[in-house]
Ligand binder design. Sequence first.
Ligand SMILES: NC(=O)c1ccc[n+]([C@@H]2O[C@H](COP(=O)([O-])OP(=O)(O)OC[C@H]3O[C@@H](n4cnc5c(N)ncnc54)[C@H](OP(=O)(O)O)[C@@H]3O)[C@@H](O)[C@H]2O)c1
Length: 238
Amino acid sequence: MQIQDSVAFVSGANRGVGAQFVTSLLASGARRVYAAARDVNALSVNDPRVVPVTLDVTDPRQVAHAASLAGDVTLLVNNAGINRLERAIVPRDGDAARAEMEVNYFGTLAMCRAFTPALIANHGAVVNMLSVLARVALPMMGSLCASKAAALRMTECLRAELAAHDVRVLAVLPGAIDTDMSRDFPPPKLAVTEVVDAVFAALGVGPDEVYVGAMAQGVSAGLAADREAVQNQFAGYL
Ligand SMILES: NC(=O)c1ccc[n+]([C@@H]2O[C@H](COP(=O)([O-])OP(=O)(O)OC[C@H]3O[C@@H](n4cnc5c(N)ncnc54)[C@H](OP(=O)(O)O)[C@@H]3O)[C@@H](O)[C@H]2O)c1
């Protein structure tokens, strides 16, 4: 699909990757961008094409309201996400796994369900921001990995269900990105522009599973060649 003249909806648009999506969409000629944030006062972009939307993806009423506002959407970017940096089995905070599932899996699922009628009507596209950790477990953030794995499988279901309606569904699986979320991770980290550029390229002509950056591409290739070796390597990062 073309970004030029598109009508996009971006969740978590106030910072990080989401804010870059809004900037790049506007720069690439989007006709309208619904910029959704839990606190719309935190949105920094000032452009008449931007429509601020209050949205917590775990709030069913806000999700339904967002979908009713944005019936003209042609590109849904499910970007909102959290990472509590917790192990799955022996966490410091036992509630983290549920919180990550609520946002990363159930929130994304709720958005996909609510926007499906508009996406079908407009022959649109969906971009689900996942992580390469949807494919392999990193124990130090194990519950995040589980939530992104669930979202990846759901994304595959969405792609299958919408295929007959001419709706593209992309799963984006980056390595570490230079945002607040990964502020304590060591480099190398992807620039937010690299991530958004890779998504735009894939929306033109590209694969439905978008591995962004050398690390993520290496994991994907490694899993295909020797799954156990990659799993063992990541299992060592306790
Ligand atoms: N950074 C990385 O290394 C990395 C790597 C792979 C994948 N990703 C994925 O990329 C996406 C963007 O991450 P980022 O790096 O830009 O993270 P970020 O800087 O921490 O931003 C996260 C965004 O999600 C929003 N959000 C969190 N919970 C929400 C909820 N319940 N409802 C609506 N919005 C919510 C945040 O809003 P508030 O400002 O209100 O908190 C914020 O706008 C996420 O899905 C993340 O998992 C990130």
